[in-house]
Design a binder for this molecule. Structure first.
Ligand code: DGJ
Length: 725
């Protein structure tokens, strides 16, 4: 039943950190190193009394480098006098209610040096999450140097443990990888500098009973809440355990902690479920919606974003037309993307103007006020794109402040997008002020702006801060994100109601370190429905649908050039936060009608999608020809079921999908949404018990039966289930 076990020490001081369904048990005997005892489902008082300690394994809760050098450390310090060794022993434990949870602090002290380390554990009771982090305080006479500073280490009992994590690249974000843990090191890391979820993700799940199952089996979930470079590392050597370390990536980031200063690591959120991968996802989603995501309890508006519709070709009339079109289809918000700004250097493409946040009056003679007026005329809200952290060599900002960009000392700048893009140095408080002013000016002048799409299209390519001293150049990556956090805090303090999307060349900012300031993220610049099934599947492991912007776009798709049916694109987009990314002017009336109907139907299911519990049923990664998942309302009175064919072959045999998460006793009436078939499904309007749907499932026809001229090789279904009793 437990995922971690070791034995009791006779005079041990047992520290129990609990949530509604979880226990994390540590040994914190004074004068000794703190040790892990247990992490898994909640233990009874009796069980707590009888926990057994295994003899194998290094259970030190926060191993420090120096007296057992071959073992992987969580912490390594070069002390003020140059000593590389650290010893941490328990000095005391205290517990207090802080915010939404109870924080237990195990205070550790090096008996020789005055540096102290607090291991902090916050139990967020109602959502079964335990956040773990470390606070390192320099009590020595001089600066100490941190060369390792993981947020946490967790030992995981060996056996047949599998890791599930996400990797990818631009336009192919959040691909799921599942692999058994073997001897050696599995390292997932990010060096992007500004964003951190394109190539890999800072979250992981560990299935303890062999290859991961969606709806059964013991699974640990871990998410590092940090917006910058990170490192997840699983070290497996000659003991009975895998050692999971998570934290800021220390490479080129040695941290110099001055006398009296404290370094606080990012939180690592840990959870556990006996209901498989989907069970862990539900925990992350609940915690995320309730405590992490901005406005996680508010339904999201259905929007049209201008990017794929017009790219940089912004103009007053065009925006008005798009607003009219989305309003006529039932949308609630229009977002004007890149291309609206620049005076001396108007933004015609991606090679200029970032930083010059003034309206291009040639494109928009009536300015933003004119656009807001038009939005009001159409009865919708207005949103706008900005990229505050960046500039271009071709910009008035760069001409004025070449000293504000990230640049290696004594070297030329290294440019990114458009051959001219540069990253502003957020370590510099003047840059933080300037970025705050971008938002503040917009919101002061145009308080009716409802939504900001905050983009970040460049990584840190050359290591250097023109603000930090030469001694502290290694602080750049960390100082950038400390600056980012200060900036976002200021924005949220003044504009708590604003909706803000985290976009970063697509899905570069899908991370729990960013989301407390943001309402949602753009999953990917790739809007192809088929590839989105894979990306959204992976994303859903750690992030709820309410945060996952998912838009209907044109075909052939602008990234992969695949042509899918509009019904299929709608059915995929409707499994996230629905929006559109298309030029409606180019749509036929029939296509607009289909979208109008889909938007109306999405409004019906929006609370289930955005606040419901996820159950993933048939994985696209299993290559069975189809993928399927569902959301179930918390009280199980309603559910939405999705089924998408992922391959199309004649006379193929697809698995019947069994549903999950329903109430077996209740009778659910089935109604197909976004119906295009000439005839209703054979079970349309009929009722089945939850037990039948979960034990047997429905037989779905493999194709949508439409007029001959409309036939295509894409099939999908969205079913609404409503309980009758
Ligand atoms: C990258 C984003 O991911 C796109 O959606 C779009 O906003 C462009 N940037 C604009 O330059």
């Amino acid at each position: 039943m437990c995922s971690l076990m070791l034995c009791l020490v006779a005079s041990a001081k047992q520290v129990v950190i609990e949530t509604a369904h979880l226990s994390l048990v540590l040994d914190a005997t004074e004068g000794k190193a703190p040790a892990y005892v247990y992490f898994g489902s909640k233990l009874s008082a009796n069980e707590l009394n009888h926990i057994q300690i295994p003899v194998e394994g290094r259970m030190d809760a926060y191993p420090a480098y120096g007296l057992n050098c071959p073992a992987e450390p969580a912490l390594a310090i070069r002390h003020a006098d140059g000593n590389l060794s650290t010893v941490l022993t328990v000095k005391g434990v205290n517990s207090a209610v802080e915010g939404n949870g109870t924080v237990t602090r195990i205070h550790l002290l090096d008996p020789v040096y005055q540096t102290t380390v607090d291991l902090c554990y916050k139990s967020v009771n109602d959502v079964d999450m335990i956040e773990v982090w470390t606070e390192i305080s320099n009590g020595e006479k001089n600066t100490i140097h941190l060369t390792r500073f993981a947020s946490a280490m967790l030992p995981i009992r060996r056996g047949d443990v599998w890791a599930s994590h996400l990797y990818g690249s631009w336009a192919n974000e959040a691909r799921l990888v599942e692999e058994p843990l073997n001897q050696g090191i599995l390292e997932v890391r990010n060096n992007d500098g500004t964003r951190n979820s394109h190539t890999d993700h800072a979250e992981m799940m560990f299935s303890l009973d062999g290859k991961a199952q969606e709806n059964s089996g013991d699974v640990i979930g871990a998410a590092l809440c940090y917006s910058g470079n990170y490192q997840l590392r699983i070290v497996t050597d000659d003991t009975e355990y895998h050692y999971f370390f998570a934290g800021i990536r220390e490479a080129n980031s040695e941290y110099h902690l001055r006398k009296g200063e404290k370094f606080v690591t990012p939180h690592l959120a840990l959870t556990f479920s006996k209901e498989g991968l989907s069970g862990v996802s539900r925990n992350f989603h609940k915690w995320g919606r309730k405590y992490m995501l901005a406005h996680g309890d508010k339904e999201r508006k259905i929007l049209l974003n201008s990017w794929e519709g017009v790219y940089f070709d912004i103009n007053q009339q065009g925006m008005d037309q798009m607003m009219g079109d989305i309003a006529s289809m039932g949308g609630e918000l229009f977002v004007m993307d890149d291309g609206w700004f620049g005076d001396k250097y108007p933004r015609k493409d991606d090679s200029s103007s970032l930083g010059d946040w003034v309206v291009d009056r040639n494109k928009l003679p009536e300015g933003i006020e004119g656009l807001i007026r038009d939005a009001k005329k159409h009865g919708i809200k207005f949103g706008i794109w900005i990229e505050p952290e960046m500039t271009n060599t071709v910009s008035e900002l760069y001409e004025k402040h070449p000293d504000w960009v990230v640049k290696a000392p004594n070297r030329d700048v290294v440019t990114g997008r458009g051959g001219t893009q540069l990253v502003l140095d957020l370590a510099n408080p003047a840059v933080q002020d300037y970025c705050f002013k971008i938002v503040d000016d917009l919101m002061t002048k145009y308080p009716d702006i409802d939504y900001i799409k905050w983009d970040a299209n460049m990584d840190i390519r050359n290591h250097g801060s023109q603000y930090l001293s030469m001694d502290n150049q290694s602080h750049l990556y960390i100082a950038y994100h400390q600056g980012f956090a200060k900036l976002c805090d200021r924005i949220r303090a003044k504009y708590p109601d604003l909706t803000i999307q985290a976009c970063a060349s697509g899905g570069g900012r899908a991370n729990w370190g960013v989301l407390p300031w943001f309402d949602e993220f753009w999953v990917s610049d790739n809007t192809d429905a088929l590839q989105r099934i894979y990306m959204q599947w992976g994303t859903s492991y750690f992030f709820p649908a309410i945060a996952m912007a998912s838009h209907i776009s044109a075909t052939p798709n602008h990234t992969v050039f695949r042509t899918t049916s509009l019904k299929y694109r709608i059915d995929v987009a409707m499994s996230g936060r629905l929006g559109m990314e298309i030029q409606p002017k180019n749509m036929t009336e029939a296509e607009k009608t289909l979208c109008r109907n889909a938007i109306a139907e999405y409004k019906q299911i929006r609370p289930i999608v955005q606040f419901g519990d996820i159950y993933r049923l048939l994985s696209p990664y299993d290559r069975k020809g189809a993928a399927s998942m569902m959301y179930v309302a918390e009280n199980k009175s309603k559910a939405v079921f999705y089924w998408w064919k992922t391959e199309s072959f004649q006379n193929e045999h697809l698995p019947r999908v069994k549903m999950a998460g329903l109430n077996s006793e209740k009778m659910y009436r089935i109604h197909e949404l976004n119906r295009v078939d000439l005839k209703p499904l054979s079970f349309e309007g009929q009722s089945f018990s939850g037990a039948y749907l979960m034990n047997h499932g429905l037989d779905l026809p493999y194709r949508n039966e439409v007029e001959y001229s409309q036939k295509n090789d894409w099939s999908s279904r969205v079913l609404l289930l409503e309980a009758e009793n």
